[in-house]
Design a protein around this ligand. Structure first.
Ligand SMILES: [Zn+2]
Length: 54
């Protein structure tokens, strides 16, 4: 199952959540610390590589 990384924009807490894809579609993520709903997904560095050789 994929692990999603999130950061709370209210308190800065970083956390991970394991979700299936179907869960991810319908789950509202909230901060485990402050229960805030301003959650931003952090992408794994793997996905930030933009260099292409064509
Ligand atoms: Zn928080």
């Amino acid at each position: 199952m994929p692990v999603y990384e999130y950061v709370c924009r209210e308190c800065g807490k970083e956390f991970e959540q394991i979700e299936t894809l179907s869960e991810h579609d319908r789950t509202t993520v909230s901060c485990p610390d402050c229960k805030g709903k301003k959650i931003e997904r952090r992408w794994s560095p793997v996905f930030t590589v933009t260099s292409k050789k064509s």
